[in-house]
Design a binder for this molecule. Structure first.
Ligand code: AMP
Length: 547
Protein backbone atom coordinates (compact mmCIF):
# COMPACT_ATOMS: atom_id res chain seq x y z
CA UNK A 1 0.00 0.00 0.00
CA UNK A 2 2.79 2.41 0.90
CA UNK A 3 4.66 1.64 -2.34
CA UNK A 4 1.55 2.32 -4.37
CA UNK A 5 0.68 5.52 -2.53
CA UNK A 6 4.17 6.98 -2.70
CA UNK A 7 4.66 6.04 -6.37
CA UNK A 8 1.46 7.80 -7.40
CA UNK A 9 1.71 10.72 -5.00
CA UNK A 10 0.99 13.46 -7.53
CA UNK A 11 -2.15 11.88 -9.01
CA UNK A 12 -3.46 10.93 -5.58
CA UNK A 13 -2.97 14.48 -4.25
CA UNK A 14 -4.66 16.09 -7.27
CA UNK A 15 -7.53 13.64 -7.09
CA UNK A 16 -7.95 14.28 -3.38
CA UNK A 17 -8.07 18.06 -3.88
CA UNK A 18 -10.58 17.67 -6.71
CA UNK A 19 -12.75 15.54 -4.47
CA UNK A 20 -12.58 17.94 -1.52
CA UNK A 21 -13.38 20.93 -3.72
CA UNK A 22 -16.19 19.35 -5.70
CA UNK A 23 -17.82 18.17 -2.49
CA UNK A 24 -17.44 21.46 -0.65
CA UNK A 25 -17.55 24.14 -3.36
CA UNK A 26 -21.09 25.08 -2.26
CA UNK A 27 -20.19 25.77 1.35
CA UNK A 28 -20.50 29.33 2.65
CA UNK A 29 -16.74 29.59 3.10
CA UNK A 30 -15.56 28.32 -0.30
CA UNK A 31 -18.38 30.07 -2.23
CA UNK A 32 -16.87 33.38 -1.12
CA UNK A 33 -13.66 32.62 -2.99
CA UNK A 34 -14.51 30.09 -5.71
CA UNK A 35 -18.12 30.92 -6.62
CA UNK A 36 -18.85 27.23 -7.09
CA UNK A 37 -15.76 26.46 -9.20
CA UNK A 38 -13.38 23.61 -8.38
CA UNK A 39 -10.31 24.31 -10.48
CA UNK A 40 -6.94 23.78 -8.72
CA UNK A 41 -5.38 26.92 -10.16
CA UNK A 42 -8.32 29.06 -9.06
CA UNK A 43 -8.15 27.44 -5.65
CA UNK A 44 -4.52 28.46 -5.30
CA UNK A 45 -5.14 31.96 -6.61
CA UNK A 46 -8.32 32.79 -4.73
CA UNK A 47 -8.54 30.84 -1.51
CA UNK A 48 -6.46 32.64 1.12
CA UNK A 49 -3.78 31.03 3.24
CA UNK A 50 -5.14 31.10 6.77
CA UNK A 51 -4.39 30.01 10.29
CA UNK A 52 -6.67 28.09 12.61
CA UNK A 53 -7.61 31.39 14.28
CA UNK A 54 -9.03 32.68 10.96
CA UNK A 55 -11.30 29.64 10.65
CA UNK A 56 -12.25 29.53 14.31
CA UNK A 57 -15.29 31.84 14.02
CA UNK A 58 -16.78 29.42 11.44
CA UNK A 59 -15.98 26.37 13.57
CA UNK A 60 -17.44 28.05 16.66
CA UNK A 61 -20.70 28.74 14.79
CA UNK A 62 -20.96 25.02 13.96
CA UNK A 63 -20.13 24.03 17.55
CA UNK A 64 -22.87 26.39 18.70
CA UNK A 65 -25.50 24.70 16.56
CA UNK A 66 -25.47 26.26 13.08
CA UNK A 67 -25.43 23.85 10.15
CA UNK A 68 -22.03 22.47 9.27
CA UNK A 69 -22.28 23.45 5.58
CA UNK A 70 -20.79 26.77 6.54
CA UNK A 71 -17.49 24.95 6.10
CA UNK A 72 -18.11 21.46 4.79
CA UNK A 73 -20.79 19.58 2.94
CA UNK A 74 -20.60 16.34 4.87
CA UNK A 75 -22.40 16.16 8.20
CA UNK A 76 -20.19 16.38 11.26
CA UNK A 77 -20.12 13.42 13.61
CA UNK A 78 -18.00 14.96 16.34
CA UNK A 79 -15.23 17.44 16.79
CA UNK A 80 -11.62 17.08 17.83
CA UNK A 81 -9.70 18.94 20.48
CA UNK A 82 -6.02 19.59 20.33
CA UNK A 83 -3.48 19.46 23.18
CA UNK A 84 -2.11 22.59 24.85
CA UNK A 85 -4.87 24.95 23.91
CA UNK A 86 -8.09 23.02 23.30
CA UNK A 87 -8.82 23.51 19.60
CA UNK A 88 -12.11 22.39 18.07
CA UNK A 89 -11.93 20.63 14.72
CA UNK A 90 -14.88 19.29 12.75
CA UNK A 91 -14.82 15.50 12.27
CA UNK A 92 -16.88 13.62 9.69
CA UNK A 93 -17.50 9.90 9.16
CA UNK A 94 -14.91 9.94 6.40
CA UNK A 95 -12.30 11.56 8.61
CA UNK A 96 -13.00 8.87 11.19
CA UNK A 97 -12.32 6.24 8.55
CA UNK A 98 -8.99 7.82 7.61
CA UNK A 99 -8.07 8.12 11.26
CA UNK A 100 -8.68 4.43 11.70
CA UNK A 101 -6.21 3.67 8.93
CA UNK A 102 -3.66 6.03 10.37
CA UNK A 103 -4.66 5.03 13.87
CA UNK A 104 -3.02 1.66 13.84
CA UNK A 105 0.15 3.69 14.27
CA UNK A 106 -0.92 5.35 17.48
CA UNK A 107 -0.40 4.10 20.99
CA UNK A 108 -1.35 5.97 24.08
CA UNK A 109 -1.70 4.94 27.70
CA UNK A 110 -4.20 7.50 28.91
CA UNK A 111 -7.49 8.71 27.52
CA UNK A 112 -9.12 12.08 28.01
CA UNK A 113 -12.84 12.21 28.70
CA UNK A 114 -15.10 13.46 25.94
CA UNK A 115 -16.74 16.86 26.38
CA UNK A 116 -19.84 18.15 24.61
CA UNK A 117 -20.07 21.33 22.55
CA UNK A 118 -23.18 23.51 23.10
CA UNK A 119 -24.92 21.85 20.15
CA UNK A 120 -24.26 18.36 21.54
CA UNK A 121 -21.33 17.30 19.38
CA UNK A 122 -18.75 15.17 21.17
CA UNK A 123 -15.33 16.77 21.40
CA UNK A 124 -12.34 14.59 22.12
CA UNK A 125 -8.61 14.39 21.45
CA UNK A 126 -7.38 12.67 18.29
CA UNK A 127 -5.89 9.71 20.11
CA UNK A 128 -8.97 9.21 22.27
CA UNK A 129 -11.28 9.21 19.28
CA UNK A 130 -9.14 6.64 17.51
CA UNK A 131 -9.25 4.35 20.52
CA UNK A 132 -12.95 4.92 20.91
CA UNK A 133 -13.63 3.56 17.43
CA UNK A 134 -15.27 0.16 17.80
CA UNK A 135 -12.68 -1.62 15.63
CA UNK A 136 -9.89 -0.34 17.75
CA UNK A 137 -11.62 -1.20 21.00
CA UNK A 138 -12.00 -4.77 19.78
CA UNK A 139 -8.34 -4.90 18.88
CA UNK A 140 -7.05 -3.53 22.19
CA UNK A 141 -7.03 -6.77 24.23
CA UNK A 142 -4.94 -8.41 21.50
CA UNK A 143 -2.41 -5.59 21.51
CA UNK A 144 -2.04 -4.43 25.10
CA UNK A 145 -1.61 -5.84 28.58
CA UNK A 146 -3.80 -2.98 29.83
CA UNK A 147 -7.46 -4.01 30.09
CA UNK A 148 -9.76 -1.76 28.03
CA UNK A 149 -11.35 -0.40 31.24
CA UNK A 150 -8.01 0.96 32.45
CA UNK A 151 -7.30 2.65 29.12
CA UNK A 152 -10.69 4.35 29.12
CA UNK A 153 -10.53 5.21 32.82
CA UNK A 154 -11.30 8.93 33.19
CA UNK A 155 -8.98 9.31 36.22
CA UNK A 156 -5.49 9.64 34.78
CA UNK A 157 -3.57 8.68 37.94
CA UNK A 158 -5.69 5.58 38.46
CA UNK A 159 -5.35 4.70 34.79
CA UNK A 160 -1.57 5.00 34.91
CA UNK A 161 -1.31 2.98 38.12
CA UNK A 162 -3.42 0.16 36.74
CA UNK A 163 -1.74 0.03 33.36
CA UNK A 164 1.72 -0.12 34.91
CA UNK A 165 0.62 -2.72 37.42
CA UNK A 166 -0.92 -4.96 34.74
CA UNK A 167 2.17 -4.48 32.59
CA UNK A 168 4.34 -5.68 35.49
CA UNK A 169 2.16 -8.67 36.32
CA UNK A 170 2.38 -9.76 32.67
CA UNK A 171 5.97 -8.60 32.24
CA UNK A 172 7.03 -11.67 30.29
CA UNK A 173 4.54 -10.90 27.54
CA UNK A 174 5.42 -7.25 27.07
CA UNK A 175 7.34 -6.59 23.84
CA UNK A 176 6.76 -2.84 23.57
CA UNK A 177 6.29 0.01 26.02
CA UNK A 178 5.03 3.30 24.71
CA UNK A 179 2.78 6.27 24.36
CA UNK A 180 2.21 8.93 21.72
CA UNK A 181 4.94 11.29 22.91
CA UNK A 182 8.24 10.61 24.70
CA UNK A 183 7.22 12.99 27.48
CA UNK A 184 4.34 10.71 28.48
CA UNK A 185 6.57 7.64 28.57
CA UNK A 186 8.89 9.49 30.94
CA UNK A 187 5.95 10.60 32.98
CA UNK A 188 4.98 6.94 33.41
CA UNK A 189 8.50 6.02 34.54
CA UNK A 190 8.48 8.81 37.10
CA UNK A 191 5.12 7.62 38.31
CA UNK A 192 6.66 4.20 38.73
CA UNK A 193 9.51 5.70 40.78
CA UNK A 194 6.92 7.04 43.20
CA UNK A 195 4.62 4.03 43.29
CA UNK A 196 6.74 0.89 42.90
CA UNK A 197 6.61 -0.05 46.58
CA UNK A 198 2.83 0.13 46.59
CA UNK A 199 2.67 -1.90 43.38
CA UNK A 200 4.99 -4.57 44.81
CA UNK A 201 2.80 -4.81 47.88
CA UNK A 202 -0.32 -5.23 45.69
CA UNK A 203 1.42 -7.96 43.71
CA UNK A 204 2.62 -9.71 46.87
CA UNK A 205 -0.78 -9.81 48.54
CA UNK A 206 -3.03 -9.98 45.49
CA UNK A 207 -4.93 -7.01 46.96
CA UNK A 208 -5.63 -3.84 45.08
CA UNK A 209 -4.78 -0.33 46.36
CA UNK A 210 -7.78 1.35 47.95
CA UNK A 211 -7.42 4.65 46.17
CA UNK A 212 -8.22 2.93 42.89
CA UNK A 213 -11.94 3.55 43.05
CA UNK A 214 -13.07 3.46 39.42
CA UNK A 215 -15.18 0.32 39.23
CA UNK A 216 -14.04 -0.71 35.73
CA UNK A 217 -10.43 -0.76 36.95
CA UNK A 218 -11.26 -2.63 40.16
CA UNK A 219 -13.27 -5.26 38.31
CA UNK A 220 -10.53 -5.75 35.73
CA UNK A 221 -8.04 -6.12 38.58
CA UNK A 222 -10.13 -8.68 40.42
CA UNK A 223 -10.14 -10.93 37.39
CA UNK A 224 -6.36 -10.94 37.05
CA UNK A 225 -4.79 -10.39 40.48
CA UNK A 226 -3.68 -13.15 42.77
CA UNK A 227 -0.91 -13.19 45.41
CA UNK A 228 2.49 -13.54 43.74
CA UNK A 229 5.22 -13.01 46.36
CA UNK A 230 7.92 -14.44 44.07
CA UNK A 231 7.29 -11.80 41.42
CA UNK A 232 7.01 -9.06 44.04
CA UNK A 233 10.42 -10.00 45.52
CA UNK A 234 11.99 -10.13 42.08
CA UNK A 235 10.67 -6.70 41.20
CA UNK A 236 11.75 -5.27 44.54
CA UNK A 237 15.30 -6.46 43.88
CA UNK A 238 15.26 -4.78 40.48
CA UNK A 239 13.91 -1.50 41.85
CA UNK A 240 16.49 -1.50 44.62
CA UNK A 241 19.40 -1.55 42.22
CA UNK A 242 21.88 1.29 42.71
CA UNK A 243 20.76 3.18 39.62
CA UNK A 244 17.61 3.23 37.51
CA UNK A 245 19.72 3.14 34.38
CA UNK A 246 18.19 0.60 31.97
CA UNK A 247 15.18 0.13 34.27
CA UNK A 248 12.72 -0.41 31.40
CA UNK A 249 14.88 -3.20 30.07
CA UNK A 250 15.19 -4.82 33.49
CA UNK A 251 11.49 -4.65 34.23
CA UNK A 252 10.39 -5.87 30.81
CA UNK A 253 13.17 -8.19 29.63
CA UNK A 254 11.38 -9.16 26.41
CA UNK A 255 10.76 -5.58 25.27
CA UNK A 256 12.09 -4.95 21.79
CA UNK A 257 11.57 -1.20 21.66
CA UNK A 258 10.08 1.85 23.33
CA UNK A 259 7.58 3.81 21.34
CA UNK A 260 7.06 7.56 21.72
CA UNK A 261 7.67 10.50 19.42
CA UNK A 262 11.15 11.84 20.12
CA UNK A 263 11.35 14.51 17.42
CA UNK A 264 10.58 18.24 17.55
CA UNK A 265 10.01 19.53 21.03
CA UNK A 266 10.26 15.96 22.33
CA UNK A 267 13.96 15.86 21.40
CA UNK A 268 14.90 17.08 24.85
CA UNK A 269 13.45 13.93 26.43
CA UNK A 270 15.54 11.55 24.36
CA UNK A 271 18.58 11.61 26.59
CA UNK A 272 16.69 10.84 29.77
CA UNK A 273 14.53 8.21 28.11
CA UNK A 274 17.65 6.60 26.73
CA UNK A 275 18.99 6.40 30.27
CA UNK A 276 16.02 4.27 31.31
CA UNK A 277 16.06 2.22 28.07
CA UNK A 278 19.78 1.59 27.76
CA UNK A 279 20.07 0.16 24.32
CA UNK A 280 16.40 -0.40 23.52
CA UNK A 281 15.51 1.50 20.35
CA UNK A 282 13.32 4.60 20.73
CA UNK A 283 10.74 4.64 17.97
CA UNK A 284 9.05 7.80 16.63
CA UNK A 285 6.42 6.37 14.38
CA UNK A 286 4.32 9.18 12.93
CA UNK A 287 3.84 12.88 12.44
CA UNK A 288 0.31 14.19 12.75
CA UNK A 289 -1.67 17.04 14.21
CA UNK A 290 -5.26 17.93 15.00
CA UNK A 291 -5.40 19.54 11.57
CA UNK A 292 -4.18 16.60 9.51
CA UNK A 293 -2.60 13.16 9.39
CA UNK A 294 0.66 13.65 7.59
CA UNK A 295 3.43 11.10 7.63
CA UNK A 296 4.87 7.92 9.01
CA UNK A 297 8.41 6.83 9.77
CA UNK A 298 9.44 4.06 7.40
CA UNK A 299 12.66 3.37 9.30
CA UNK A 300 11.45 3.03 12.86
CA UNK A 301 14.76 1.70 14.18
CA UNK A 302 16.86 4.66 13.10
CA UNK A 303 18.29 7.04 15.70
CA UNK A 304 15.82 9.69 16.96
CA UNK A 305 18.01 12.42 15.46
CA UNK A 306 17.73 10.81 12.00
CA UNK A 307 13.97 10.36 11.91
CA UNK A 308 12.12 11.52 8.79
CA UNK A 309 8.43 11.13 8.09
CA UNK A 310 7.19 9.99 4.69
CA UNK A 311 4.08 11.93 3.75
CA UNK A 312 1.09 9.84 2.73
CA UNK A 313 -0.66 11.53 -0.21
CA UNK A 314 -4.08 9.97 0.44
CA UNK A 315 -4.50 11.53 3.90
CA UNK A 316 -4.96 15.25 3.18
CA UNK A 317 -3.99 17.78 0.53
CA UNK A 318 -0.62 19.30 1.39
CA UNK A 319 1.00 22.53 0.24
CA UNK A 320 4.35 23.94 1.27
CA UNK A 321 5.39 27.53 1.82
CA UNK A 322 9.14 27.96 1.36
CA UNK A 323 11.00 29.13 4.46
CA UNK A 324 14.50 30.57 4.26
CA UNK A 325 17.33 28.35 5.42
CA UNK A 326 20.95 27.87 4.36
CA UNK A 327 19.94 25.80 1.32
CA UNK A 328 17.33 28.10 -0.15
CA UNK A 329 18.54 31.62 0.44
CA UNK A 330 17.25 32.58 -2.98
CA UNK A 331 13.49 32.13 -2.48
CA UNK A 332 11.48 35.03 -3.72
CA UNK A 333 9.94 37.25 -1.11
CA UNK A 334 7.15 39.69 -1.68
CA UNK A 335 7.75 43.31 -0.77
CA UNK A 336 6.09 42.73 2.61
CA UNK A 337 8.53 39.89 3.25
CA UNK A 338 5.83 37.24 2.90
CA UNK A 339 5.99 34.25 0.61
CA UNK A 340 2.63 33.34 -0.84
CA UNK A 341 3.56 30.92 -3.66
CA UNK A 342 3.14 27.40 -2.40
CA UNK A 343 4.78 24.22 -3.67
CA UNK A 344 2.93 20.92 -4.14
CA UNK A 345 3.93 17.78 -2.24
CA UNK A 346 5.87 16.17 -5.09
CA UNK A 347 7.65 19.41 -6.03
CA UNK A 348 9.43 20.19 -2.79
CA UNK A 349 13.23 20.31 -3.03
CA UNK A 350 15.81 18.33 -1.15
CA UNK A 351 17.30 20.12 1.88
CA UNK A 352 14.79 22.95 1.64
CA UNK A 353 12.58 24.03 4.53
CA UNK A 354 8.86 24.63 4.27
CA UNK A 355 5.90 25.60 6.35
CA UNK A 356 3.09 23.07 6.05
CA UNK A 357 -0.42 24.01 4.86
CA UNK A 358 -3.30 21.55 4.77
CA UNK A 359 -6.60 21.29 2.97
CA UNK A 360 -8.75 18.55 4.43
CA UNK A 361 -12.10 16.92 4.06
CA UNK A 362 -12.91 18.25 7.53
CA UNK A 363 -13.32 21.89 6.49
CA UNK A 364 -9.83 23.33 6.63
CA UNK A 365 -8.70 25.04 3.44
CA UNK A 366 -5.06 26.13 3.03
CA UNK A 367 -4.63 26.19 6.76
CA UNK A 368 -1.19 26.69 8.34
CA UNK A 369 -0.33 23.94 10.78
CA UNK A 370 2.47 26.05 12.30
CA UNK A 371 5.29 23.57 11.72
CA UNK A 372 8.49 23.95 9.71
CA UNK A 373 9.76 20.81 7.97
CA UNK A 374 12.88 20.02 5.97
CA UNK A 375 13.04 17.65 3.00
CA UNK A 376 15.63 14.94 3.68
CA UNK A 377 14.87 12.44 0.91
CA UNK A 378 12.14 10.89 -1.21
CA UNK A 379 10.46 7.51 -1.04
CA UNK A 380 9.38 6.95 -4.64
CA UNK A 381 7.70 10.29 -5.37
CA UNK A 382 6.70 11.15 -1.85
CA UNK A 383 9.02 13.42 0.12
CA UNK A 384 10.35 12.56 3.54
CA UNK A 385 10.55 15.37 6.05
CA UNK A 386 12.48 16.00 9.18
CA UNK A 387 10.58 18.03 11.75
CA UNK A 388 12.50 21.31 12.18
CA UNK A 389 10.48 23.40 14.58
CA UNK A 390 7.13 24.67 15.60
CA UNK A 391 6.85 28.22 14.37
CA UNK A 392 6.25 31.18 16.63
CA UNK A 393 7.29 29.34 19.74
CA UNK A 394 10.33 31.52 20.12
CA UNK A 395 11.42 33.41 23.18
CA UNK A 396 12.16 37.08 22.68
CA UNK A 397 12.64 40.09 24.95
CA UNK A 398 13.35 42.64 22.24
CA UNK A 399 13.66 42.43 18.46
CA UNK A 400 15.68 39.22 18.58
CA UNK A 401 13.93 35.92 17.84
CA UNK A 402 15.12 32.75 19.51
CA UNK A 403 13.60 29.61 18.12
CA UNK A 404 12.95 26.34 19.87
CA UNK A 405 15.95 24.91 18.03
CA UNK A 406 18.23 27.76 19.19
CA UNK A 407 17.14 27.22 22.76
CA UNK A 408 17.56 23.46 22.57
CA UNK A 409 21.06 23.84 21.17
CA UNK A 410 22.13 26.26 23.89
CA UNK A 411 20.68 24.11 26.67
CA UNK A 412 22.42 21.04 25.26
CA UNK A 413 25.76 22.85 25.23
CA UNK A 414 25.31 24.13 28.77
CA UNK A 415 24.02 20.99 30.37
CA UNK A 416 27.08 19.07 29.22
CA UNK A 417 28.88 20.91 32.05
CA UNK A 418 26.66 19.22 34.61
CA UNK A 419 28.19 15.86 33.82
CA UNK A 420 31.26 16.79 35.86
CA UNK A 421 29.20 17.26 39.00
CA UNK A 422 27.10 14.11 38.60
CA UNK A 423 23.84 15.74 37.52
CA UNK A 424 21.65 15.53 34.46
CA UNK A 425 19.19 18.19 33.44
CA UNK A 426 15.90 16.40 32.84
CA UNK A 427 13.53 19.19 31.84
CA UNK A 428 13.69 22.82 30.92
CA UNK A 429 11.54 25.67 29.85
CA UNK A 430 12.08 29.37 29.41
CA UNK A 431 10.47 32.65 30.26
CA UNK A 432 11.03 36.11 28.85
CA UNK A 433 11.30 38.21 32.00
CA UNK A 434 10.57 41.78 31.03
CA UNK A 435 9.44 42.91 34.48
CA UNK A 436 12.56 45.07 34.67
CA UNK A 437 14.43 46.78 31.87
CA UNK A 438 16.33 45.47 30.06
CA UNK A 439 14.54 42.16 29.99
CA UNK A 440 16.34 38.85 30.28
CA UNK A 441 15.95 35.16 29.54
CA UNK A 442 15.05 32.92 32.45
CA UNK A 443 15.64 29.20 32.09
CA UNK A 444 13.95 26.82 34.50
CA UNK A 445 15.94 23.62 34.90
CA UNK A 446 14.95 20.51 36.74
CA UNK A 447 18.06 18.59 37.75
CA UNK A 448 18.58 15.06 38.84
CA UNK A 449 21.55 13.24 40.34
CA UNK A 450 22.93 10.47 38.18
CA UNK A 451 23.21 8.09 41.11
CA UNK A 452 20.32 7.65 43.44
CA UNK A 453 20.66 8.54 47.12
CA UNK A 454 23.46 10.95 46.41
CA UNK A 455 21.68 14.11 47.29
CA UNK A 456 23.71 17.28 46.94
CA UNK A 457 23.05 20.76 45.69
CA UNK A 458 24.54 21.55 42.28
CA UNK A 459 27.76 23.49 42.51
CA UNK A 460 27.10 27.24 42.17
CA UNK A 461 30.24 27.87 40.14
CA UNK A 462 29.23 25.30 37.56
CA UNK A 463 25.69 26.67 37.38
CA UNK A 464 27.02 30.17 36.69
CA UNK A 465 29.21 28.64 34.00
CA UNK A 466 26.10 26.96 32.52
CA UNK A 467 24.43 30.39 32.25
CA UNK A 468 27.42 31.76 30.41
CA UNK A 469 27.72 28.71 28.16
CA UNK A 470 24.09 29.13 27.16
CA UNK A 471 24.66 32.75 26.23
CA UNK A 472 27.74 31.79 24.25
CA UNK A 473 25.72 29.19 22.36
CA UNK A 474 22.80 31.45 21.48
CA UNK A 475 22.67 33.21 18.10
CA UNK A 476 24.65 36.28 17.12
CA UNK A 477 21.78 38.75 17.45
CA UNK A 478 21.27 37.65 21.04
CA UNK A 479 24.95 38.18 21.77
CA UNK A 480 25.05 41.63 20.17
CA UNK A 481 21.96 42.69 22.10
CA UNK A 482 23.53 41.37 25.25
CA UNK A 483 26.73 43.31 24.58
CA UNK A 484 24.74 46.50 24.03
CA UNK A 485 22.77 45.81 27.20
CA UNK A 486 19.48 45.51 25.28
CA UNK A 487 19.22 42.14 27.00
CA UNK A 488 20.33 41.56 30.61
CA UNK A 489 22.20 38.51 31.92
CA UNK A 490 20.64 35.12 31.36
CA UNK A 491 19.36 33.45 34.51
CA UNK A 492 18.96 29.78 35.37
CA UNK A 493 16.46 28.94 38.08
CA UNK A 494 16.88 25.42 39.38
CA UNK A 495 13.57 23.90 40.42
CA UNK A 496 12.77 20.99 42.73
CA UNK A 497 12.29 17.51 41.28
CA UNK A 498 8.69 16.94 40.26
CA UNK A 499 8.14 20.58 39.25
CA UNK A 500 7.62 19.77 35.60
CA UNK A 501 5.11 17.11 36.55
CA UNK A 502 3.22 19.75 38.50
CA UNK A 503 3.41 21.99 35.43
CA UNK A 504 1.97 19.23 33.28
CA UNK A 505 -0.80 18.63 35.83
CA UNK A 506 -1.67 22.30 35.61
CA UNK A 507 -1.93 22.28 31.80
CA UNK A 508 -3.93 19.05 31.89
CA UNK A 509 -6.30 20.63 34.41
CA UNK A 510 -6.69 23.50 31.95
CA UNK A 511 -7.83 21.13 29.21
CA UNK A 512 -4.61 19.84 27.63
CA UNK A 513 -4.66 16.15 26.78
CA UNK A 514 -2.20 14.19 28.92
CA UNK A 515 -1.32 11.82 26.12
CA UNK A 516 -0.61 14.68 23.71
CA UNK A 517 0.91 17.10 26.21
CA UNK A 518 3.85 19.10 25.00
CA UNK A 519 5.70 21.16 27.54
CA UNK A 520 5.84 24.75 26.31
CA UNK A 521 9.37 25.90 25.44
CA UNK A 522 8.46 29.33 26.66
CA UNK A 523 6.03 30.04 29.48
CA UNK A 524 3.38 32.68 28.89
CA UNK A 525 0.80 31.81 31.54
CA UNK A 526 1.01 33.60 34.89
CA UNK A 527 -0.36 30.54 36.69
CA UNK A 528 2.25 28.27 35.14
CA UNK A 529 4.95 30.73 36.13
CA UNK A 530 3.72 30.71 39.72
CA UNK A 531 4.03 26.92 39.79
CA UNK A 532 7.63 27.14 38.62
CA UNK A 533 8.66 30.04 40.84
CA UNK A 534 7.23 28.48 43.97
CA UNK A 535 9.61 25.54 43.50
CA UNK A 536 12.87 27.36 42.80
CA UNK A 537 15.82 26.13 44.87
CA UNK A 538 18.58 28.25 43.36
CA UNK A 539 19.07 31.20 41.01
CA UNK A 540 22.20 31.75 38.94
CA UNK A 541 23.19 34.49 36.51
CA UNK A 542 25.62 34.72 33.65
CA UNK A 543 28.63 36.71 34.91
CA UNK A 544 29.50 38.60 31.71
CA UNK A 545 28.49 39.27 28.14
CA UNK A 546 29.56 36.58 25.66
CA UNK A 547 30.94 39.23 23.26
P1 AMP B 1 -1.89 18.86 18.32
O1 AMP B 1 -2.45 19.81 17.32
O2 AMP B 1 -2.03 19.27 19.74
O3 AMP B 1 -2.34 17.45 18.07
O4 AMP B 1 -0.31 18.86 18.12
C1 AMP B 1 0.21 18.66 16.86
C2 AMP B 1 1.60 19.21 16.85
O5 AMP B 1 2.47 18.36 17.59
C3 AMP B 1 2.18 19.25 15.47
O6 AMP B 1 1.74 20.37 14.74
C4 AMP B 1 3.66 19.29 15.79
O7 AMP B 1 4.08 20.58 16.16
C5 AMP B 1 3.74 18.35 17.00
N1 AMP B 1 4.04 16.98 16.52
C6 AMP B 1 3.19 16.00 16.20
N2 AMP B 1 3.84 14.91 15.77
C7 AMP B 1 5.15 15.21 15.82
C8 AMP B 1 6.34 14.53 15.49
N3 AMP B 1 6.33 13.27 15.05
N4 AMP B 1 7.52 15.17 15.65
C9 AMP B 1 7.57 16.43 16.12
N5 AMP B 1 6.48 17.14 16.44
C10 AMP B 1 5.28 16.54 16.29
Amino acid sequence: MIEELTSNAEQIQDELLREILSRNAGTEYLRRFLHGQTDKQLFKENVPIVSYEDLKPYIDRIANGETSDILLAEPITSSGTSGGQPKLMPVTAEVDKMRAIFGTLYESPVMKPEIETPSGLKATSVTTSIFNGSDFRAMLPKLYTSPVETIFCPETQQSLYCQLLFGLIQRDEVVMIGSTFASTVLRAIKFLENHWQEMCSDIKTGQFSRWITVSGCRNAALSIMKPNPVLADLLEDIYNSKSWEGMIRKLWPKAKYVKGICTGIMKQYTEELDFYCRGLPLVSSFYASSEAHCGINLEPLCKPSDVSYTFLPNMDYFEFLPVKNDSNESIEMRSNNEVTETVDLVNVKLDHCYELLVTTSRGLYRCKVGDVLMVTSFHNNAPQFQFVERQNVAISVDQEKTSETDLFKAVTEAKALLDRIGFISTEYTSYADTSSAPGHYVLYWELKEKERNHCTEPDAKIMVECCFRMEESLHYTYQIYRKKNIIAALEIRVVKQGTFEALMDYYVSEGASLSQYKRPSCIKSKEALKILDSRVTGKFFSPKSPL
